[in-house]
Design a protein. Sequence first.
Length: 147
Amino acid sequence: MSRGNKGNTAPSPEKGKQDVQKVRVDKWLWAARFFKTRSLATDCVESGKVRCNDERIKPAYGVQVGDVIKLPVGWDEIVVQVTGLADKRGSAAIAQTLYQETEESRQERKRRAENRKLMKDPSLEIKARPTKRDRRAMDNFRWGEAE
């Protein structure tokens, strides 16, 4: 009884040449080095912090060239346009070619960085253990935003 050709078939040329049209957003964020691990990228997307074309997305969303992605990076929120696709993590030089930060995002990050330099941390004024009022002031304090 024959069960087909086990390993005797040549691989089809279409399988090897995979033209990538869309890549999962969590894989792309990891490949573009916005996150150290793919699970961190997945968690950030699932929590709703990453938006694509101003819509909340899921980790399996297919990113394509030309999409605009908004995501948190450190204290700031960065807006990038997808210029290339990759589903495998490469060097930092390759990762930088996968996206282009928008000019508005760059200016906003610069403005917020200047504001953070000018603002002083409310916890510096507290000499002893913080009171309930002091803790509320620290919790309500937002870096880089004037009130």
